[in-house]
Structure formats: C-alpha cells, structure tokens
Write a new protein. Structure first.
Length: 224
C-alpha cells in the first residue's frame, strides 16, 4: 500500500485526503447520532413509565418535572403548556374545569408541531451520511479515471506499453476507488440503521401524542 501511495498522482492524493475527511465526518455523525438516539430511547422509556403512573394527565406538569433530551417529554410539555394556558381563568387564579373544542384543537396543533420539531432534531446530520454514501464512490471513481488517464498519457509519451510501466500507475489510480468504497460502505450501513431508528422514534412520538390528546379530551374537553 505504501508503494501504491508513492506511485499515486497529486490529484489522487488530494482526492484520498478529501475522502479521509469524509470518513472522519461520517463516523463522527454516526457515533453522535447513535448516542443521541440511544439516550432518547432510554429517556422516552423512563418518562413513559413515569407518565403512566400518574392519575391525571397534568400531574407530571404540575410537579415541574424536567427531562432535557427526552423527545417524549418535550411533546408532553408542549401539550401541557398549551392546555394549561387554555384552562387558566381570566383572573389568573386556578383552572377551569373544561376547555372548549376550539381550545383542544390548539393543543393538538401544538403537539403536532412539537412532534415534527423533535423528529427534525433527531434527523439533523443524517444528510451528511447520505452525501458520503452517494458521493464518496463517485469521488473515488473520479480519482481512478483521472489516474488511468494520466498513466496512459505518460505511457504514450514514453512509447513503452509494458506491464511494468502500466501496473504501478493503474494500481495507484485504483486506490482512490477503494478509498471511496471504504467511506461509502460503512456510511450506508450506518445511515440505514439510523433511519430505521429514527422512524421507530417518530412513530412512538406520534402514538404518544395521540394517546395524550385522547387523555386530555377525556379529562378536560367540554361536552355539549
């Protein structure tokens, strides 16, 4: 490999350096997002357990519980803040017993917006992996084509087409394709795994938001 690297052209070395940067960024994103989603799953599970032990839907909110980094809690907090605002008396003392249908619609929209925002937070950074998956092989291929073109041009100038003259240049050109694949393959597996976990978390948030709305309507929606 050292011999092939020494035979590589300046263009190939520049491309390999770019691919190395791609690889560092891709692995950094994969590790960071994996830790983020793992933490989100753990916090969601803990919060969901705590939420289901409460008798009333706003009990956790009234206790001023905080769970930073928990997507499910952020959804609950947004819905509870909106519902609490709709239940407050005009005088600012205590809560009303019921909220109107229009007020409940505002709560639903607040929950939907928060679910979307939390999903976007979890999704942020995945575009870099998608770029690595799709762009790295083409960047490697560019280096290979460029290297082969330079090799044949050099051989044509020398007028000698022996294997000994061609092999080093072609091998050095092919190393960029190998580098591109070494970046793209791990990124592809990591991207697919992260997208799957993102979908699971998003579905869980949607289900929780619907369940939360149902409980809020059962307790506070004014029946006419």
């Amino acid at each position: 490999m050292l011999y092939v690297w020494e035979q590589a052209t300046l263009e190939a070395k520049v491309i390999i350096f770019c691919l190395l940067v791609f690889s560092i960024v891709a692995w950094s994103v994969m590790i960071a997002k994996a830790l983020q989603m793992r933490r989100a799953k753990k916090l969601n599970r803990l919060f969901n357990t705590e939420f289901r032990t409460q008798k009333r839907v706003l009990d956790v909110f009234d206790r001023r519980v905080q769970a930073d980094g928990c997507p499910m809690f952020m959804v609950y907090q947004a819905g509870s803040l909106e519902l609490d605002a709709r239940l407050k008396n005009p005088e600012g003392t205590g809560r009303r017993t019921f909220v109107s249908l229009k007020g409940m619609e505002h709560v639903k929209r607040s929950l939907e917006n928060t679910v979307a925002q939390e999903s976007l937070k979890l999704e942020s950074g995945l575009i870099l992996l998608a770029i690595a998956v799709s762009g790295a092989p083409f960047l490697g291929l560019l280096g290979t084509v460029w290297g082969v073109m330079s090799t044949f041009g050099h051989i044509a100038q020398q007028g000698s087409a022996t294997m000994a003259a061609m092999a080093p240049g072609v091998a050095a050109a092919l190393i960029t394709t190998v580098a591109g694949l070494l970046v793209a393959i791990p990124s592809m597996f990591g991207y697919n795994w992260l997208v799957h976990n993102l979908r699971v978390l998003t579905v869980e948030l949607d289900n929780f938001a619907q369940e939360l709305v149902s409980k809020m309507e059962t307790e506070y929606l004014e029946e006419k």
